[in-house]
Design a protein around this ligand. Structure first.
Ligand SMILES: [Zn+2]
Length: 156
């Protein structure tokens, strides 16, 4: 069943990766506050990260995407290495909120890297670089899995 659906995954991702402005209307910046839900995944913070509010910015345009304090441990780790169905390897780092990201396209559970979570493509709201994915459970919890080498930590 998963094999059969693989073309869909490619279609969705290929569309989301296009740097073209045609995708812009699909962006949905999260300007509304999230409804109060159960706290995210009950995920602990990444203990190896420095505490504080250091900004995590888009490597390409320097828009503030999130902060070090948003780092979370999901499924036992803050950083994960995954390959997509096309064999492209991503190092993903998990953050709770990522206010500099917009999402593109509809949610999908195909090939999800985190059981119970559907993903949407997450892009930089300023330069539209594909930064990773927003993973959301139907039960409410969500987090962002962002591509490590597309971010920079900007210290004070
Ligand atoms: Zn950017």
């Amino acid at each position: 069943m998963i094999q059969k659906e693989s073309h869909k995954w490619k279609t969705v991702v290929a569309a989301g990766l296009q740097p073209s402005g045609r995708q812009l209307h699909q962006l949905r910046p999260r300007t509304r506050p999230q409804p109060k839900i159960v706290d995210p995944d009950n995920a602990p913070r990444d203990q190896r990260s420095p505490a504080g509010d250091d900004a995590v910015v888009c490597r390409r345009c320097r828009l503030v995407i999130t902060a070090v304090g948003e780092r979370r441990v999901i499924n036992g780790a803050h950083a994960h290495t995954f390959a997509n169905p096309e064999g492209i390897v991503f190092e993903i780092v998990c953050y709770r909120e990522a206010w500099g990201c917009g999402t593109v396209g509809s949610a999908s559970s195909e090939f999800t890297w985190f059981a119970g979570y559907e993903w949407r493509i997450a892009v930089c709201l300023n330069c539209l670089t594909h930064l990773g994915w927003r993973f959301a459970s139907r039960l409410g919890p969500f987090f962002h899995g962002l591509i490590a080498d597309r971010l920079l930590v900007r210290g004070p």
